[in-house]
Each structure stands twice: as structure tokens, then as C-alpha cells.
Design a protein around this ligand. Structure first.
Ligand code: NAD
Length: 467
């Protein structure tokens, strides 16, 4: 057999490619096996990046629609869907080339082909022509990601039944869309297509949208969506989806127990994701699965010696690109024999780029109370923030959940303008074990949206200045 790599990484999504670059930086001889002919995986090609690009287009379009509110006469404007698609592709291609460049810079090799474990320290790679070869490596990192789940008896297609993948290449903006599932994928696409003019109806099985977020945040999002004209049915049970001549008919039972039927041009199924563990050779290893996800320890090691798993594959880890990236760093740092700080999953930011945006870190108010903390909450509305007034935004808030005893910050929850950026301060505060008084004591520039964080911290003691 030819040369032995220090690390072989299967999958070049954000988990895999970041792991590879860090491995290169650490001086490890590294190879990445990627089944597609381009680097970047789901996040870059059919996930985070193209979705956020389209969300930005929708935001720009909103500015045109609301231009008169800002004293700008804009009589004629329209959407060029093809140009929007082209721009999205340009952004994605640029970033994908960027990874290739970074691989070269860090002496990371990559091969195209489907990778699978082929015995201790060996990865079999099958290329598009079905030719196989083997790679030997001291450590192997599984980073094969996840795929959207489908509803039973439903298959995605290019035009009507869609997942996060097909919806990104729709040939035109549909007139109507039913979105099944009001998690991150569902609410982000609702925010895109509603703003481009589609009539959007959301069907969420649980009693509220974005069920992983703090209850007050979910309520604010539902209020905003309804105000915008997005129909939101929570506690809805989807009974049947049938394709029709004009699209599909979706039958569901509402929270009131009544049967309803909606005719729609398109259906987006956004009911979560399943780990890509099939055909990667884990059956003959000691790797353990939990609900279809791979069990690891805090250094991302599986039960199989020398094999790590990172990203969407990992049991108990949130399916977020930035988590996969950090898990990749932990894995290769550990493989290099260097101290690798395990991830504190309570300090992972969650960001949903809907309109309004949502972000959070740590415990929700309910979770903190259930854990027995003596909870004190500070909440500050963007309606009372000067920068939000300048931006013309009145909805949303920052909410800080703290422990009464020492003012420990247990969780921070935000909904409103640019909150996916604002959450970084809260993450850092929690990492440094700052108290609400530290947060309130730090001078925040005026006028900025960050002042809402300061005032929410002051609000824990009932001392917000501007409400
Ligand atoms: P999700 O698990 O976040 O949400 C799925 C939603 O669908 C849930 O609210 C669930 O209750 C609902 N649901 C499930 N079955 C249903 C059914 N039969 N009928 C109606 N509703 C049903 O999953 P997602 O939104 O598909 O996203 C997949 C993963 O990708 C998530 O882990 C998510 O966090 C991640 N993601 C993150 C971002 C982001 O960070 N901005 C964006 C997109 C996706």
C-alpha cells in the first residue's frame, strides 16, 4: 500500500473541511474523501449559504417595497428570479473555490469518491466510474452529514414536493407553498418565499413554531408571521399529501380537531434530518448508534479505535454547521495528540435567519426553572431601542434568563433585527462566566442594537433605563 496518512476525513462539509484545514495546520498529513465533485457539503451547496443568500435577496426586495417609508420614491422595481439564482450560485462557487484554495495552502489532499470504512486504518474510495482504491490512515474522521427526512409515502421531485435541496433550484417563484414543519428550515423558507409573493401556509405538529426556542420567542415569531400574512397552523397533524394537476393537496387535522384541505403549487417538507450512516462501513466496527446517530465521547471518538465522528452524524449534538466545525477541530486536535477542549453544548449559539431573526444560547426560561434555578428574567423590547427605530423595526426583544443567587447568565434569547450577530456577545459572556452585572456594566455604544442586550441585563434588576 502507498503512503499512510495521519488523518483521512470522509465528507467535506463544514465539519470535514474545517477539520482538514486544522489538521493541515497541525502538520498532519491529511486527505479528504468527498463523494461530490465540489467541496463544501450541504451547508455550502444546499443549506446555510444559498438559503442565507436568498434571505438577503428577500431583505433587499423588502427595502424596495418599504422605500417610501424612508422617503425614497421607487416606482418601478421587480424580481428577476434567474438573476437571484445566478447570484446565489456565484456566492456558493466563490466559497467552494475558497475551500480548494485553503486545502492547497494547508497541504490537504482531496479525492473524489464515496468513502467507507474498510477495516482498521483503511478507507475504501469508490469513484464515479465505480473504481475502488484504498487509503490508509492512522485516524479516520467520519463527517458524512445528514439528509432531509421525508414523510411516509412521499418522494421529493423538482417542482412540487420539495426538501431544502430542490427548493433552492425552483424554476420560478411559486404562487403558493405549504411548509410542513416550522423548525429552522421551515421558517427560513417561509420568510424567503412569502416576501417574494408566494402565499405560504405553515403546518407544525407541535403546539408552537420553533419549538426548540424559548416560548416567548416562539410566540413573538408566530405573531409576526401572522401579521406579515404567513398562515401558521400549530398543533396540526398532516394526514395526506396527494399530487394534483396543479401541484398538491395537503390534508391535515387542525388543533381544533377539524379536518382541512389546502390546494397548493408546492410543498416543502422540513421535518428534520437523518444522519448519513448508510453504506459507510460502520456495521463491521464497534461503532454504536443512538436513534440513527453515532455515539462519541467528548473528543469525538467513536467506540472503534482510531475512528472519530463529527457534525450532523453525532448523537446528542445539534445539527449546526458551527458545531460540526468545532467538533472537527476537537477531533483532529485530539488525533494530533494535543489538548483538545471539549465542547460545552450549553454555550452553542442557535441562529435562525427568518424575518424576524432569532438567536439564543443556553437555557430557556422553562428549562432553567425545571432545573431548579431561582430564575430572574430581564427583557428589553427593540421598540424602545434607538437604532431599531432608525432601522424602522418595532418588533422583537432580548431576554436574559439568570440565576438570582449570583446573577449567573443561564440563557439569552433574542428575536428581532440582526440578532444572529448580537448573540456573539452573549456567547462570550457565558464562556467567561460573566454575570448579568458584568453585561450591564460593559459600556455599549449608542446608538446600536447591542444596547438592547445591555438594557435586558439591567432589566434583570428592574433597572432598564429606556422602558
Ligand atoms: P427541525 O427539527 O429544526 O424542525 C422540524 C420541525 O418539524 C419541528 O418543529 C417538528 O415539530 C416539525 N415536524 C416534524 N414532523 C412533522 C409533521 N409530520 N408534521 C408537521 N410538523 C412536523 O428540522 P429542520 O427545520 O428540518 O432543520 C433540520 C436541522 O437543520 C435542524 O437540526 C436545524 O437546527 C438545522 N438547521 C439549522 C439552521 C440554522 O441554524 N439557521 C437552518 C436550517 C436547518
Amino acid at each position: 500500500m502507498a503512503e499512510i496518512y495521519d488523518v483521512a476525513i470522509i465528507g467535506s462539509g463544514p465539519g470535514g473541511y474545517v477539520a482538514a484545514i486544522r489538521a493541515g495546520q497541525l502538520g498532519l498529513k491529511t486527505v479528504v474523501v468527498e463523494k461530490d465533485n465540489k467541496l463544501g457539503g450541504t451547508c455550502l451547496h444546499v443549506g446555510c449559504i444559498p438559503t442565507k443568500a436568498l434571505l438577503f435577496n428577500a431583505e433587499v426586495y423588502d427595502h424596495f417595497k418599504n422605500a417610501a417609508d424612508f422617503g425614497i420614491e421607487c416606482k418601478s422595481f421587480s424580481v428577476n428570479w434567474q438573476a437571484i439564482q445566478d447570484r446565489k450560485t456565484k456566492v456558493v462557487t466563490k466559497l467552494s473555490k475558497g475551500i480548494e484554495f485553503l486545502f492547497k495552502k494547508n497541504k490537504v489532499e482531496w479525492v473524489q469518491g464515496f468513502g467507507r470504512l474498510a477495516g482498521p486504518g483503511r478507507v475504501a474510495v469508490t469513484d464515479a466510474k465505480n473504481l475502488s482504491r484504498e487509503i490508509a490512515a492512522k485516524a479516520i474522521v467520519l463527517a458524512t452529514g445528514s439528509e432531509a427526512k421525508m414523510l411516509a409515502r412521499l418522494e421529493p421531485d423538482a417542482k412540487v414536493i420539495l426538501t431544502n435541496k430542490e427548493i433552492l433550484s425552483l424554476p420560478a417563484i411559486p404562487k403558493s407553498m405549504v411548509i410542513i414543519g416550522a423548525g429552522a428550515v421551515g421558517v427560513e423558507f417561509a420568510s424567503i418565499f412569502h416576501r417574494f409573493g408566494a402565499a405560504v401556509t405553515m403546518l407544525e405538529m407541535l403546539p408552537r413554531a420553533v419549538p426548540l426556542e424559548d416560548e416567548e420567542v416562539a410566540a413573538e415569531l408566530e405573531k409576526s408571521f401572522r401579521k406579515q400574512g404567513i398562515a401558521m397552523h400549530t398543533g396540526a397533524r398532516v394526514e395526506k399529501v396527494t399530487k394534483t394537476a396543479k401541484g398538491a393537496a395537503v390534508e391535515f387535522t387542525g388543533s381544533d380537531g377539524k379536518a382541512q384541505k389546502i390546494e397548493t403549487e408546492t410543498v416543502l417538507v422540513a421535518v428534520g434530518r437523518a444522519a448519513n450512516t448508510a453504506n459507510i462501513g460502520i456495521e463491521k466496527t464497534r461503532i454504536q448508534l443512538e436513534h440513527g446517530f453515532i455515539k462519541t465521547n467528548q473528543h469525538m471518538q467513536t467506540e472503534e479505535p482510531g475512528v472519530y465522528a463529527i457534525g450532523d452524524l453525532v448523537a446528542g449534538s445539534p445539527l449546526l454547521a458551527h458545531v460540526g466545525q468545532r467538533e472537527g477541530i476537537v477531533a483532529v486536535t485530539h488525533a494530533a495528540g494535543k489538548p483538545a477542549e471539549p465542547i460545552n453544548y450549553l454555550q452553542v449559539p442557535n441562529c435562525t435567519y427568518s424575518e424576524p431573526e432569532i438567536s439564543s444560547v443556553g437555557l430557556s426560561e422553562r428549562a432553567a426553572r425545571e432545573k431548579g434555578y431561582k430564575v430572574k428574567v430581564g427583557k428589553f423590547p427593540f421598540a424602545a431601542n434607538s437604532k431599531a427605530a432608525i432601522l424602522g423595526v418595532r418588533e422583537g426583544f432580548v431576554k436574559i434568563v439568570s440565576d438570582e443567587k449570583y446573577g449567573e447568565i443561564l440563557g439569552v434569547h433574542m428575536i428581532g433585527p440582526r440578532v444572529t450577530e448580537l448573540i456573539a456577545e452573549a456567547v462570550m459572556a457565558m464562556r467567561l462566566e460573566a454575570t448579568v452585572d458584568d453585561l450591564a456594566g460593559a459600556i455599549h455604544a449608542h446608538p446600536t442594537l447591542t444596547e438592547a442586550v445591555l438594557e435586558a441585563a439591567e432589566g434583570v434588576h428592574g433597572m432598564s433605563v429606556h422602558i
